[in-house]
Design a protein around this ligand. Structure first.
Ligand SMILES: Cc1cc2nc3c(=O)[nH]c(=O)nc-3n(C[C@H](O)[C@H](O)[C@H](O)COP(=O)(O)OP(=O)(O)OC[C@H]3O[C@@H](n4cnc5c(N)ncnc54)[C@H](O)[C@@H]3O)c2cc1C
Length: 380
């Protein structure tokens, strides 16, 4: 697919920003300390990244899914974790409000999120309810005009920095499975909300992740988003868009692996020749190039379907995430292999890339869950 003028310009701008601002020192600092970097967050916010896909009337720049995909691809081509900085507000954070929020809720919460002044995160997963998110056991029990929330959400990206969290909780205990679940926005500073320890992760260090615990947290009914007991469908619809974002990140990671592999294969000499001249190496590079291109085309196609509100868009996002995440992992593996021993050493970018890539097949629905979605669409 050839990008139109607007998207080609955006691609150039995001690429320039990432190449200039995501310095080697910053990337190393994130990976070593695991700490959130407010300076780069504020810089990305200043350029409007946090509101790329949030409509103009709610403080964003009103971009389409294609713009969102291009941003994720270009940022993650330089550094996956920094693409997550810009992604959350545009997908899992802002998504539920855009899908189901009232006008007042959108006006209250979205503008500060789009400007990067507030951080809004997404809490669906629980210790006993991951892929089977309908097994939510967190409860929100009506009490007068309020709800009282009890439960624990786990692996919440950005929780330690968050101002607000979108959560899913059972509001009708008599309904089974994913029925009777509602969606709420909760202020992270309310009494009864606490954080678990920062998780020590394999990769994407620098965007802290932790549990969020709710103990008798009282929220007003104004915090309910969308209709009572019908929240689960919005979680699933939010994840459609989120999966597209992860597919785009995967394309960026796969492209980075290819770039690094090509560069190294041309530089490194063994047996008196460039290793690029060995067919075993050049064929790995050819496979990577084909993987990158296929993943990119599937991702762009899914974005076009989302922008056209096509009924096939949801499955297309799952196909794109399934293929691109696995492709990114294949490419990261080959990039390390092509670097030989140096690929195992932290000084080389591919070492971190390999660790970072692993999350792409896990979060926002594992590879197997994408396969279920794709198979169900064909076999139902
Ligand atoms: C770094 C990180 C950040 C995250 N951020 C967030 C976040 O911000 N918000 C949030 O809500 N969640 C977040 N998650 C949670 C993530 O979405 C879940 O980890 C993921 O959905 C898988 O759930 P699980 O870990 O419970 O694995 P499980 O569901 O227990 O899966 C274990 C294995 O079983 C397979 N499996 C499960 N069911 C089936 C099936 N029906 N058919 C075939 N195979 C199956 C899975 O594919 C997997 O291989 C994050 C996770 C991580 C690691």
């Amino acid at each position: 697919m050839i990008l139109d003028k607007k998207h080609a310009m955006q691609q150039k701008l995001f690429r320039q920003f990432a190449e200039t601002e995501f310095t080697k020192e910053l990337q190393e600092e994130l990976d070593t300390t695991g700490a959130f970097n407010w300076d780069i967050h504020n810089k990305m916010a200043k350029y409007g990244f946090m509101g790329v896909k949030i409509p103009v009337e709610y403080g964003g720049s009103g971009g389409d899914y294609m713009s969102y995909v291009i941003m994720n691809e270009e940022l993650s081509r330089q550094n996956l974790v920094l693409s997550i900085y810009a992604n959350t507000s545009n997908s899992l954070g802002g998504g539920p409000l855009l899908l189901a929020g009232s006008e007042e809720q959108k006006k209250e919460y979205l503008p500060p999120v789009a400007r990067g002044e507030k951080i809004l995160v997404f809490g669906l997963t629980e210790p006993g309810a991951g892929s089977d998110a309908g097994g939510t056991t967190t409860t929100a029990i009506p009490d007068g005009d309020d709800f009282i929330i009890n439960g624990r959400k786990c692996f919440i990206s950005g929780a330690p920095m968050a101002d607000w969290i979108i959560i899913f909780a059972k509001t009708d205990l008599s309904q089974k499975g994913s029925r009777g679940i509602s969606m709420f926005i909760v202020d992270m500073h309310l009494p009864g909300v606490s954080l678990g320890a920062d998780e020590k992760k394999m990769g994407i260090k620098g965007y802290p992740t932790s549990d969020v615990v709710f103990e008798d947290v009282r929220v007003s009914k104004d915090c309910l988003i969308g209709p009572l007991n019908k929240g689960f469908q919005y979680a699933m619809r939010t994840l459609d868009g989120g999966r597209l974002g992860v597919a785009a990140m995967s394309v960026g990671v796969a492209q980075c692996a290819l770039d690094e592999a090509v560069k190294y294969a041309k530089e490194r000499k063994q047996f008196g020749r460039r290793i690029a001249d060995f067919q075993g190496i050049s064929f790995m590079i050819a496979e990577m190039a084909a993987d990158v291109e296929a993943a990119r085309q599937m991702t762009y196609h899914a974005a076009q379907l989302k922008d056209a509100n096509d009924p096939e868009a949801g499955v297309a996002c799952s196909k794109a995430k399934f293929f691109a995440a696995e492709a990114a992992n294949r490419c990261a593996y080959k990039a390390v292999q092509i670097h030989g021993g140096y690929g195992y050493i932290q000084e080389y970018k591919v070492e971190r890339l390999y660790r970072d890539a692993r999350i792409l097949s896990i979060f926002e629905g594992t590879t197997q869950i994408q396969q279920l979605v794709i198979a169900n669409s064909l076999l139902k």
